[in-house]
Design a protein. Structure first.
Length: 206
């Protein structure tokens, strides 16, 4: 399982002069991510690799985090992420954008943009009610359950509430190009998160 940690910089367009096709892409500043630890099935019960991202000064980290990084000879980094799956990495190696090839399918995980408290029309795409003949059911959700049976509201009912600000994985994306000198990865389409949000890019084996 190939993976890398990055930061979403924003969106732009890539123009193909041969076909004349315009492709919207998301620019991700990915890596370099040193390998901190390796989890194995025999020792930990699962296969994974722990990567570090976003180098910072020692004063920005706690002593336990500094001790964990120094134990594996890794410079202070702000973010630590485990990517599960079989791999061929070893402690001391560094993952860069060169691990991904143009045309390769990937999936990107991140925290979606928070929209705050929203109603059912915006949050769940409900239809609005009639507005003629003095109707007051314009943007209300309608019935949420019966009175006598079951005398309660079922769990998971689509209602108003917090929208966004949760972990989302966008699958079926494609690597359009890469720039190893600037650690940039161009992914076709949009990915979750606001600008400068932390994202995890993994290969999509579907």
């Amino acid at each position: 399982m190939k993976g890398i940690i990055g930061r979403k910089l924003g969106m732009t367009q890539v123009f193909d002069q041969e076909t004349g096709k315009l492709t919207p892409v998301t620019v991700i500043q990915a890596g370099p991510c040193p390998v901190v630890a390796v989890r194995t099935q025999d020792a930990d019960g699962y296969d994974a690799v722990q990567l570090a991202f976003d180098a910072v000064a020692e004063g920005r980290l706690t002593k336990p985090r500094l001790g964990h990084l120094k134990k594996h000879d890794v410079a202070p980094h702000k973010k630590l992420v485990e990517i599960r799956g079989p791999h061929e990495l070893a402690p001391g190696e560094t993952v860069t954008v060169e691990a991904f090839e143009p045309g390769e399918k990937v999936k990107v995980s991140g925290v979606s943009i928070g929209k705050g408290f929203q109603g059912t029309i915006k949050r769940h795409r409900f239809h609005r009610g009639p507005v003629s003949h003095g109707s007051h059911n314009v943007r209300k959700p309608g019935s949420i359950g019966a009175s006598a049976t079951p005398s309660r509201v079922f769990k998971g009912m689509k209602m108003a509430g917090q929208m966004g600000a949760k972990r989302v994985t966008q699958v079926g994306l494609e690597v359009v190009d890469r720039d190893p000198e600037q650690n940039l990865l161009l992914v076709k389409g949009a990915v979750p998160g606001h600008k400068n949000a932390l994202v995890v890019v993994r290969e999509d084996k579907r």
